[in-house]
Design a binder for this molecule. Structure first.
Ligand SMILES: *Cc1c(COP(=O)(O)O)cnc(C)c1O
Length: 415
């Protein structure tokens, strides 16, 4: 895309769009929640469907002229059902947060109780944080990972559940590097007669490809984002059993949203079709293999990883032991300056602040999309270690900047 038509109207925005494309091409996107969609998904998202109002659902719209919107949404739903094996799917949530909101709206009353993972242990704002509507509307209690092992403390979770008696237990995380035992969390929910929402926002693609265990068929509700490991463009999705279909659909629309973003739903449909191809399984396996390679090489360089490693697409580095004077922000900024883009992150038992925490989180979904294998990923780990070890040394950073440029040239994006 040349953005010529944007440029004719609005050169400032055209400049920013071109610069963003170059930024994405010339840097390593290792923010664990990001990925690069295909040009097919981009094109679908840029389609005329952005003009269309389609309030309602396929075959039952509040507006005329929805026949093609119906085709698109029906295909998106069918493909999602096939990908995740869900009985009922709603593809209209504008984001992962909106998907979670739909479940809370459908199943809870204000003042009801949510039990979820603490944010600094890997939870998400939309799981009950005081700055989010969930923390303001519901009563929230939190569980944690085991401070020794970094794994979810399932026994402690079950004990908190018995004590707190929640209406819903939320699983699924933003910064948890390990596989999740959804059955144990379901068992804790069953004991206290609570619903179980499994929010697989980060791992939708890994679950679809079968390289991470699936909560579908176990948890009552499964929500996800469509722009992370599943690579289908920005948005959210809710899955549930047929018994909750009507409740969920009316909570999405009109409960929490107006008209669906039909152009984004077209992007989801195209991305889901791509994810149904056999190559996607190989991609997801590569993501996981690369994360292992990244983690192991960082450990060889002396870094400690929360939980000692990874089963999924991300590693969470706790800098406190190996680099006690380096904060997550120091590392994030130094790495950004050489073209390695990841984020500072809190770690379990955080001793600094949410804004300047003690860890960094790095994901491999974006790099695997542009063809990085384990070897190339180990090279990236070497570069990360070099920069974090010597982040005030401009000569070191200049050298790493050149190495990053070589890597991005070898693995171009959007040729
Ligand atoms: C990313 C994420 C979401 C969705 O976030 P949006 O930005 O609203 O799409 C929801 N839950 C978890 C655990 C996440 O990591």
């Amino acid at each position: 895309m040349s953005y010529e038509r944007v440029r004719a109207v609005d050169p400032e925005i055209a400049d920013a769009l071109v610069a963003e494309r170059e930024r994405q091409n010339d840097t390593l996107a290792m923010i664990a929640s990001e990925n690069h969609v295909s040009e097919a998904v981009l094109e679908a998202q840029g389609s005329e469907l952005t003009n269309k109002y389609a309030e309602g659902y396929p075959g039952e719209r509040y507006y005329a002229g929805c026949e093609h919107a119906d085709t698109v949404e029906t295909l998106a739903i069918e493909r999602a059902k096939e990908l995740w094996g869900a009985e009922h799917v709603n593809v209209q949530p504008h984001s992962g947060t909106q998907a979670n909101m739909a479940v809370y709206l459908a199943m809870l009353d204000p003042g009801d109780k949510i039990l979820s993972m603490e944010l600094e242990h890997g939870g998400h704002l939309s799981h009950g944080h005081p700055a989010n509507f969930t923390g303001q509307t519901y009563e929230v209690e939190q569980y944690q990972v085991d401070p020794e092992t970094g794994y979810i403390d399932y026994d402690a979770l079950a004990a908190v559940a018995e004590e707190f008696d929640p209406d819903i237990i939320v699983s699924g995380y933003s910064a948890y590097p390990r596989d999740i035992d959804f059955e144990r969390i379901q068992a804790a929910a069953d004991t206290v007669d609570a619903y179980h929402l499994a929010d697989i926002a980060h791992i939708t693609g890994l679950v679809a490809a079968g390289v991470h265990s699936s909560p579908v068929g176990i948890a009552d509700f499964v929500t996800g984002s469509t722009h992370k490991t599943i690579r289908a463009g920005r948005g959210g999705i809710v899955m549930c059993r047929d018994e909750f279909a009507d409740d969920i659909d009316s909570a999405v629309f009109p409960g929490g949203q107006g008209g669906p973003l039909m152009h984004n739903i077209a992007g989801k449909a195209v991305g889901f079709k791509e994810a149904l191809q056999p190559e996607f399984e190989a991609y997801a396996q590569q993501v996981v293999d690369n994360a292992k390679a990244l983690g192991e090489r960082l450990q060889e360089h002396g870094f400690s990883l929360v939980s000692g490693g990874t089963d999924n697409h991300l590693v969470l580095v706790d800098l406190r032991e190996s680099h006690p004077d380096t904060t997550g922000k120091d590392a994030e900024q130094a790495l950004e300056s050489v073209g390695i883009v990841l984020n500072a992150n809190t770690v379990p038992g955080e001793t600094r602040s949410a804004f300047n925490p003690s860890g960094i989180r790095a994901g491999t979904a974006g790099l695997a999309t542009r063809g990085f294998d384990e070897d190339a990923t180990r090279t990236v780990a070497d570069l990360i270690a070099t920069v974090v070890d010597d982040y005030d040394d401009e000569a070191v950073k200049a050298e790493v900047t050149d190495r990053v440029a070589e890597l991005t040239d070898e693995h171009p994006l959007y040729e």
